[in-house]
Design a protein around this ligand. Structure first.
Ligand SMILES: Nc1ncnc2c1ncn2[C@@H]1O[C@H](COP(=O)(O)OP(=O)(O)OP(=O)(O)O)[C@@H](O)[C@H]1O
Length: 374
């Protein structure tokens, strides 16, 4: 798939912007703080209905304005698909093919993107929260059911924590309600764990040969899912539910004392092993970069395998962070099959035929113009 046209209204530092893009590679050039990342972010938000760099939607609205609008025309195998997202202080409204969607989980998934930015190195180096967010966003792109389940899980988790706090403060003494909430919690938690196992197994299958290629056959990458309870990758939904039930009953007293839920997908983590060693602790900078790159390239293939089309790739300020070999590997892999957006302050040091043939845009203080290419 590719995005043919993008229109922004009151989005960050863009008052009004209309752009048409190349199906292959688009390079966005500009000095610092001119609006390169803002354009990439708007494409990401159009796909995911969420920003990759802020959880506060209001940040996306141009200062002193009431709303921000992103419109895009996405070309897919079966034809053109207009998408529209309006962000206001009251919330978000999303349209697919001019029809308003009652839930955002019905909207996400019509356009698929993979973003690779310097902060993606945090996927390996950062906190478990970063990795959980990554898993949720990626599965959510290909599964509306997962998006729905995980938002329901968050709601039940909040309710359960709220009730535990009331028990802790002795505002409540009856534990029947806690039983009811625990039953609902266990069912959703198990659904999420089973789906995460399935997804991460596939991710591992794609990432392993890619990593081997980038490391010139020297390294083996393993993606290991670390759920908060002891379950095996092939456990059924019922088995996982059983394990959660036992775990929560064994920690119930502690949960009441602390006023929080002590097990569940909100406490999961992911581990990346290179040649059997945790790359977060033992990996060199280079190995951490290769791991992040392999995971991103695997995501592209995984989305293609799941939905039958390649996603759009957003490379925000990241090419210059990679050495020549990794740059070439990345650009050779995507060449001709993945619509790609690249932002950079300078094309110096990025010498690849793909970029020489790209359409180039220059951005200066919220004004963006096409300068070259098709
Ligand atoms: N809500 C907003 N309204 C208006 N301007 C905003 C808003 N949010 C951010 N900006 C402006 O957008 C600019 C930053 O743009 P962006 O993050 O796209 O920079 P960039 O070109 O990617 O720079 P760098 O190369 O440093 O990453 C800043 O000048 C900032 O003040």
């Amino acid at each position: 798939m590719h995005i043919e046209q993008l229109e922004l209204t009151h989005y960050r530092n863009y008052d009004k912007l209309t752009l048409t893009f190349d199906n292959n590679v688009n390079v966005i050039l500009g000095e610092n703080a001119q609006g390169k990342t803002n354009v990439m972010e708007s494409i990401y938000v159009l796909a995911m209905a969420k920003s990759h760099r802020t959880s506060n939607d209001k940040d996306l609205i141009q200062w002193h304005e009431e709303y921000a609008k992103i419109e895009g025309r996405v070309m897919k195998q079966h034809g053109a698909l207009p998408l529209e997202l309006v962000i206001s202080k009251k919330g978000k409204k999303a349209k697919v093919n001019h029809l308003e969607q009652s839930k955002l989980s019905r909207y996400v998934g019509h356009m698929n993107v993979v973003m690779f930015a310097p902060e993606d190195l945090h996927l390996v180096k950062g906190s478990p929260q970063v990795r959980r967010r990554f898993i949720d966003m990626e599965i959510g792109q290909v599964s509306a059911v997962y998006l729905h389940d995980s938002s329901l899980y968050q709601k039940i988790l909040l309710q359960r924590n709220h009730y535990l706090k009331q028990l802790q403060a002795r505002k409540q003494t009856d534990q029947t309600m806690l039983e009811v909430l625990t039953d609902q919690f266990v069912e959703m938690a198990a659904k999420i764990v089973v789906r995460r196992f399935q997804y991460l197994k596939l991710l591992q299958e794609w990432a392993e040969p890619i990593h081997k290629g980038i490391s010139r056959g020297l390294e083996t990458l393993e993606v290991v899912y670390k759920p908060s309870v002891q379950v095996t990758a092939d456990a059924s939904q019922q088995e996982v539910e059983e394990v959660f039930r036992e775990k929560l009953s064994s920690v119930r007293q502690r949960e009441i004392e602390r006023g929080v839920t002590l097990a569940g997908p909100h406490r999961d983590d992911l581990q990346f092993l290179v040649n059997g060693h945790d790359v977060q602790t033992f990996g060199s900078q280079g190995q951490q970069r290769t791991t992040a790159l392999s995971i991103k390239l695997a995501e592209i293939e995984l989305i293609h395998a799941e939905i039958g089309e390649y996603p759009i790739l957003l490379l925000d300020d990241v090419l210059s962070e990679l050495d020549d070999f990794r740059q070439s590997h990345l650009l050779n892999t995507i060449q001709g099959k993945v619509q790609t957006f690249v932002t950079t302050t300078s094309v110096e040091g990025i010498d690849h035929q793909t970029l020489n043939e790209a359409t180039t845009f220059i951005v200066e203080d919220g004004v963006m113009k096409k300068t070259g290419g098709s």
